[in-house]
Design a protein around this ligand. Sequence first.
Ligand SMILES: [Fe+2]
Length: 291
Amino acid sequence: MEIKEISLKTEKYAQKSHFTLLPFGDLQVGSPLFSREVWDRYVGAVKGAQNPITIGMGDYSDHFRPSVQERLTSAIRGYDKESLRSIQDMHRDFIDKKVLPLLKPVIENSSCLGLLAGHHDMDYNNGTNSTQYLCDRLNIPYLGRGEALVRVNLCLSGTNPHKSLNFDIFATHGEGGGAAVGGAIRKLQTLLSHFDVDVILRGHSCDRFVFAEPRYSLTRTHPPRLRCKNRIIANTGGFSESRIEKVTTYVEQANMSPKAMGWVELHIRVKRDAKDGKTSRGTQYIDIWDK
Ligand SMILES: [Fe+2]
């Protein structure tokens, strides 16, 4: 399990009490299923969002574009030894030319927490994989292939850095799915009962939903105040079609349920308890919801 702590300085933000988390994943660039149109809309949403924060949920590229697959097949059969030696360089070249240009505007216009690996990575013989290569090229953290716990500190300008507000994310690429959305919801609800985090994010299945579970508690102040915070479970959608004309895909061959393309947005707001008495300004806290 990967554990990261990331601090976002808010000096650069004009509006310091509203952040927007826009996870992305399941592009499968190189596959005919990838929708450039929906991806461009996502990039526009990141550019227009209030203090955007992004995180990669895995499966950014198809393992190989078709022309490379042909050469790989040839190499495996022993017909083309040169292809076998150069196959990893070709894959890195594909990442550089086809995937990086798509991700760069997202990284440049947001605070990116890092990238999770997925099912469509290529393992390189130096022990790394194609998602790690992407992270190196984009200079962002690698969040592993399993589960990642990420603490996000919001260092609000003008306040004590030791008192920064924070929220915790559990993020995983995911496994299984392709069936009714109810299975994904139950899976995330079960995870929520075992991890004391504010947000649980999952990719992979291309399901796209956000559910909030309200949690009531008393503040530590005297007198205690009633507070309600939402804990979020979200499956983060995707950018690949389920069916297209004249191409038979693994999605179709496996009779997987079609999923609408798109992404989810979570709004992180810094709030303050209602004023209590003449001197207290009320305690600041973070509230998260999709509206
Ligand atoms: Fe996947």
